[in-house]
Design a protein around this ligand. Structure first.
Ligand code: ATP
Ligand code: MG
Length: 288
């Protein structure tokens, strides 16, 4: 298997990205000002309300998430962090009692428009969950899965290697790609799930407490990896670990009880000098 060549050359990824944008997700295309260095908005949520039956889980949440940065969502249990993440890839559609109102634009296209195919959308918006959930398949087949399902072109060996390298797992598994994903350690399984998520070259990677089931060393590897991933992807991470949010994120959104987004700003500002007293109380542990 060829090594290294594709890790530094980003043109193959660019091709893949265009392929996804033009062929797979018609209606979701970005404008073509790709050579601008300025950070653009990837996700623009406006007045998002989410209800589960009669219970309101998010109340009029508006925020803009910049591309290729790490944005952290923090707040007490039940405040709607996971619900918000699931708005971004329309996974709330899969919950019968859930209803989402408002607009959520992904590069200027409202993903709740009728012409958007949620399955195609989820190819551009990957997700990693709290508990590592590899398929009961080989390491190779876990990573190849999404590309096969989509019928993506290109050299599969190369794509698998690229994703595993990007997920900082290649060196540990390169000689055992046929071993079951379930036989890896918890931390390795989570990196495998990250490799699976990025193998289809998404724009956005959503992570819902991706390190909370892991030991400190595995956690630190995931944190390093998240920072690296943000060079190429827009990462939105839910965490209960404030130090983690402070360490790895560029922007932080603080949700508080009632599904309210109370403050959203640069991470340094949130942790050093929040505007809201409620946020300060939450961060300093007086509340939540
Ligand atoms: N599938 C569901 N059906 C009904 N209610 C739900 C469902 N999922 C979440 N809720 C409710 O919506 C609210 C927000 O839940 P959510 O899981 O988004 O919170 P969270 O901030 O992610 O919490 P945690 O930190 O515990 O993961 C809660 O009141 C929860 O009970
Ligand atoms: Mg949650």
């Amino acid at each position: 298997m060829s090594q290294d060549k594709h890790m530094t050359d980003d043109s193959p990824e660019q091709d893949d990205e265009q392929l996804i944008t033009t062929n797979v997700t018609a209606g979701l295309e970005e404008d073509d000002s790709t050579d601008s260095q300025a950070t653009e908005t990837m996700i623009d949520a406006q007045d998002i309300d989410v209800y589960y039956g009669d219970t309101q889980a998010l109340e009029s949440v508006s925020l803009e998430i910049p591309e290729t940065q790490v944005t952290a969502m923090i707040g007490p249990s039940g405040c709607g962090k996971s619900t918000f993440l699931r708005c971004i890839n329309r996974m709330n559609d899969l919950i019968d009692v859930a209803r989402v109102d408002g607009t959520l634009r992904l590069r200027n296209k409202n993903i709740y428009d009728e012409d958007v195919d949620p399955v195609a959308l989820r190819r551009r918006v990957g997700m990693v969950f709290q508990e590592p959930n590899p398929f009961p398949k080989s390491i190779y087949d876990n990573v190849a899965y999404g590309r096969r399902v989509q019928g993506m072109d290109g050299d599969m060996d190369d794509a698998v290697e690229r994703a595993l390298r990007r997920a900082a797992l290649w060196d540990e598994v390169k000689d055992q790609l046929n071993k079951s994903g379930l036989d890896l350690s918890g931390g390795q399984q989570q990196r495998l799930c990250i490799a699976r998520a990025i193998a289809v070259d998404p724009d956005i990677v959503l992570m819902d407490e991706p390190a909370s089931a892991l030991d400190p060393i595995a956690t630190s590897k995931i944190e390093d990896l998240i920072e690296e991933l943000a060079e190429d992807y827009t990462v939105v991470i839910v965490t209960h670990n404030m130090q983690q949010a402070a360490r790895i994120s560029d922007r932080t959104a603080v949700f508080l009880t009632g599904g309210e987004l109370v403050e959203y700003d640069d991470t340094n500002k949130i942790f050093e000098n929040p505007s809201s007293q409620r946020v300060e109380d939450y961060i300093t542990g007086k509340f939540g």
